[in-house]
Write a new protein. Sequence first.
Length: 183
Amino acid sequence: MVEPQPNGGDAEARAWPISRPGDPPEPKPAPSSPAGGGPAHQDSCVLLSPPSHEEWLGMEHRRLERYPVQASRPIAMRLLDADGQPQSRWFLADILDISRGGLCLLLSGPMQLVTGQRLQLDVRCHPDIGQLRVQGLVRWCRSSLAFTTLGMAFLAVMPRVPRLELERRTVRRDPNNEPWAQD
């Protein structure tokens, strides 16, 4: 496991959190136009369509500080039905940012998830989380033909933000072939 380092240095050797309390705030990206034509910021989740005025009213709704994630191991994720039973096979998701209350995830390919959809994550590749699996709810989802980004809230807020393990694999794996996925 790599310990967080102050801003600067080799990005590949650095684990999050990228900044610590007391560090000067990073500059905010310029606001994008309603059509999404504004500048992109390397550490933010990119929404493929802007939220409606009624949905956010231009305000930040998150209560817990988020930390951008760089080069962490992907986690396995599957959909659950209303009774908490598996509804899909496992698929991989990259973590874009994390807080004590949830994650922003990036998935390959299109996926339409509804707000409130229950999810199960297998997080055994990140032992500092202290659990093998966690459950959560989809808070928002944006999809294109190439990828899907989604915000997920944990069912229970974590007592602290865990450190994540860096990804060392060069080949993507199919989580359904792992022994733990056979249940």
